[in-house]
Write a protein that binds this ligand. Sequence first.
Ligand code: GN1
Ligand code: MG
Length: 359
Amino acid sequence: MNLESIAKRFAIEGEVKEIKPLGNGLINDTYKITTDGPKAYVLQRVNNAIFQDVDLLQRNIVAVTGHIRRKLEAAGESDIDRKVLYFVPVKDSERTWLCEDGKYWRISVFIPDAYTYETVDPKYSRFAGEAFGRFEAMLADLQEPLGETIPDFHNMELRARQLREAVAADAAGRMAEPEVRAILDELLPYEEEMCKAERLHREGKLPKRICHCDTKVNNMLFDASGQVLCVIDLDTVMPSFVFSDFGDFLRTAANTVAEDDPAADKVDFKMDIFEAFAQGYIKSAGVFLTPVERENLPYAACLFPYMQAVRFFADYINGDTYYKIKYPEHNLVRTRNQVALFKSALSKVPQMKAILDTL
Ligand code: GN1
Ligand code: MG
């Protein structure tokens, strides 16, 4: 496949000089394009096995980035091109995606002098909390309805059902492994408790708002001084519970180790990261959060490691059909890690509540 010929079909400036891999996402393939012009670009192949409606996905993203851009302009912000992503249209078209041989492509302008991190200290965690809260706040008045790019993406009831289906089908014959049984027995008792958000929503007590839904630490760009420039990886921006953004950030940032570290005994949920993130988040999101949303933030901090454990585990049982893996046990290692994080977070709920009470 010729990446350069794909790139040339978009309205980019200058001649392509080099295209090389960028980042470490588990879903899409990402490349950086350098040109002889003033701008560099990010080329991505969107994984359309996972994101089945790329047109809807790109329309969501264009609506969101356009809305944020207009807000930044109205607020008289400087350096706006580094504070919101811009997707380049295909030549002679308004569309921002291209399908070639069944593969879907898009290009955004590369933001220079920006840094991503796999871990954060409390100071950066506070900046991140504020940035994700601001992201949600800025989108609160978006008129255009957004579609769900992955239907029921963070629906715990669905994820629990998918795990049960994986267990029943046992497609890879992995249910015979004693450890797999043991992990299942460990996870199931919490299922009902973890499905609380869907119940609250059905009872009309919990709204859906536009959320980012993939608030991993490395989905945020910082400038050299540590200020947050913008939020990236917008494929999953869709209506969800605010728990998504609060919980998924802490799932990656408050873990003492990476989500796939095999040393599950070293996993611990870091309260200083929680406290700083909560401070930042409440500062910018406090204006719109309802009491039910606010009082359930500790639940969100437990829900996301739990949901991720269920998702990694179901993928392991299914024979690794969803997440990219680097070795055969990778999804099992990820599962153990997330189960340990879930348990650590659960044991710290009283401390989380005490912190939130002070904010
Ligand atoms: C995937 O796109 P990426 O690799 O940041 C996944 C997230 C998971 C994450 C686990 C669309 O995110 O939901 O939390 O892996 N994205 C999708 O690392 O499933
Ligand atoms: Mg990512």
